[in-house]
Ligand binder design. Structure first.
Ligand code: PRT
Ligand code: MG
Length: 226
């Protein structure tokens, strides 16, 4: 068997913003510098100091798609994104490492003053707006609470304020967004962090190139938590 590497460098899919920012120190710990800042440059393919590694910049919710189809060999995505992706895809993804970055929690929130426990006790059918329909459906089903889920793509915080929904399921980190909109978190669903994901075929065909990178990420993410 040939030990030669394939012509295409390893390709890692990342989203701009918090995931990119929190991945930079992990890359640096692995001895990898990024050649451009995606917040400033408009480039979607970014080189690194490792000639066998390039980054592609995609929407957070598109990261699993690039990795599943093999257009990227690996990527970093939030558990929230992975849960929603898994509901519609059959699993060409391997998710070996919790990087413990971009941490937050998935929670149920309502307008200040809305008696959520009473609504649940009374068996009222709740209207819940969310981008995270799979996670929300599973949460309320496990509680035996009937909900009508309303799919939104962003700004969930607005829904209870204008009568679109009784509650939202959204990510909360500092809680500032909820407070600014007179909402309160009433139930935690799960803690969220970002995972390294790897294309299953690449894991076999490019194992020798991928393994040192996976090892470096594993070590760096453990240090980040300690
Ligand atoms: O922004 P875009 O529509 O392109 O996609 P995205 O919102 O999915 O991407 P991005 O970059 O905002 O988030 C990427 C990942 O970061 C998510 O998939 C989560 O896993 C993780 N993450 C961590 C968060 C947050 N913390 C977070 N606070 N993602 C979103 N938020 C939002 C939240 O939805 C709410 O609107 O920030 C607001 C609340 O923040 P606080 O600090 O006010 O509580
Ligand atoms: Mg966002």
């Amino acid at each position: 068997m040939s030990t030669q590497t394939t012509a295409r460098p390893l390709t890692m899919a990342l989203s701009k913003g918090r995931i990119f920012e929190e991945t930079l120190p992990l890359l640096e710990a692995a001895g990898i510098q990024v050649s451009e800042d995606p917040e400033k440059s408009r480039k979607l393919i970014i080189g690194t100091s490792n000639p066998n590694l390039r980054l592609i910049i995609v929407r957070a919710s598109d990261v699993p798609t690039y990795v599943e189809y093999g257009a990227a060999d690996l990527g970093i995505a939030g558990k929230d994104v992975l849960i929603e992706h898994a509901a519609h895809h059959s699993g060409g993804l391997y998710s070996p490492i919790d990087l413990n970055i971009a941490r937050c929690r998935l929670a149920v929130a309502v307008k200040n003053g809305f008696d959520y426990p009473a609504a649940v006790r009374q068996g009222a059918r709740l209207r819940v707006a969310t981008k995270y329909v799979t996670a929300a459906r599973e949460h309320f089903a496990a509680k035996g609470v009937y909900v009508d889920l309303i799919k939104l793509y962003g700004s969930m915080e607005l829904a209870p304020l204008v009568g679109l929904a009784d509650a939202i399921v959204d990510l909360v980190s500092t809680g500032n967004t909820l407070r600014a909109n007179d909402l309160v978190a009433v139930e935690d669903i799960m803690p969220i962090s970002s995972r390294l994901i790897v294309n299953r075929a690449a894991l076999k065909t490019r194992h020798a190139e991928l393994q040192p990178l996976l090892d470096a990420f594993e070590v760096a993410s453990r240090k980040a938590v300690a």
